[in-house]
Design a protein around this ligand. Structure first.
Ligand code: CUA
Length: 329
């Protein structure tokens, strides 16, 4: 699929037109002043050229009025770019709460994705049209960057932390996915596609790709085998460690009196480096899990944690005990 302007990728997300409009505004302002300045320059070169070898120009005194004008006008123009750019940025920065979630792990040189319903994909992402989709991303090795030109959005994928990105696709189709951060020898081959489907097709796709367990259920199993339950309670109700049920998305008070929002980043940090931000009233008794669990397992624990705070209706899986049939599949 090609857009009507050559060199501009297809436009297929709710905010791609916003990015395009801003981009054309920047190009337009640049073009206007480039033409204005170069034509005035050429005109002056000819009009005020030295006509005899002995001609000495009249000295020119400065003009405050002129200087003020050519300071204020560019300042105002630059502020429109700043204000507009900030607005577009903030629209993209914060994912809406009702988005469906997909976990993304980048590694040299592939994209591994998993839906909240359990389906795994490599270098492909199937999403429904007209639904908000939030990606929770991290890397197993170096910095990568998830870039879908047709959606006009991209975000770095950084080892050791979670970054997020969201979009709502506006038309079905297959769109390029690129890694946009040089990440080693096969960086240019770290590509894939985002396949946008009609909701019904997407549901068919989901049910045709049943996976053994959802991340939340796998996380619950890990929660037991890693011994988390001995302090946080079998269902996250708390004990020697803080309660996990209902905690996600809320603020919690720390030992030092500061407050922190329990989000993806904080949960991850607390598993990797538990002593860093202790919850008020709890001792530094939790061991670190750095190097002992993989990014995939961290994602599963996070999904389980989030499912403990899902108040029905949400897309997170209820923390049901894994049934034998689920294990056999
Ligand atoms: Cu991954 Cu470039």
């Amino acid at each position: 699929m090609q857009s009507w302007i050559p060199l501009v990728p297809d436009s297929a997300s709710t905010f791609s037109w916003q990015v395009d409009a801003l981009y054309f505004y920047l190009s337009g302002v640049t073009l206007f002043f480039s033409l204005l300045i170069s034509s005035v320059l050429i005109f002056f070169v000819i009009r005020y050229r030295r006509r005899t070898p002995w001609e000495i120009p009249r000295p020119v005194a400065g003009s405050h009025k002129l200087e003020t004008v050519w300071t204020i006008i560019p300042f105002l123009i630059a502020m429109t770019m700043f204000g507009w750019g900030a607005r577009v940025y903030f629209t993209q920065y914060k994912a809406p709460a009702d988005a469906i979630e997909v976990y993304v792990v980048g590694k040299q040189w592939m994209w591994k994705l998993q839906h909240a319903t359990g389906q795994r994909e490599i270098n492909q992402l199937h999403v429904p049209v007209g639904r908000k989709v939030k990606l929770i991303m991290t890397s197993e090795d170096v910095i990568h960057d998830f870039f879908v030109p047709a959606f006009r959005t991209k975000a770095d994928v950084v080892p050791g932390k979670y970054t997020t990105l969201w979009f709502e696709a506006t038309k079905p189709g297959t769109y390029h996915l690129f890694c946009a951060e040089y990440c080693g020898m096969n960086h240019s081959g770290m590509t894939g596609s985002v396949i946008v489907m009609e909701p019904r097709e997407f549901d068919n796709w989901l049910s045709g790709n049943t996976s053994s367990t959802t991340p939340a259920v796998a996380g619950q199993q890990l929660f037991q085998t890693l011994g988390c339950a001995s302090c946080h309670g079998a269902n996250g109700e708390g004990g020697r460690g803080p309660a996990l049920a209902g905690a996600f998305g809320k603020e919690t008070e720390l030992q030092d009196g500061n407050k922190v929002t329990v989000d993806e980043r904080y949960v991850r940090e607390s598993i990797i480096n538990p002593q860093l931000k202790l919850v008020k009233g709890f001792g530094p008794i939790m061991p670190t899990f750095q190097g002992q669990i993989s990014e995939d397992q961290l994602v599963q624990l996070l999904a389980f944690f989030k499912s403990l705070s899902a108040s029905g209706g949400g897309q997170a899986q209820a923390p049901t005990a894994p049934s034998p049939t689920q294990n056999q599949k």
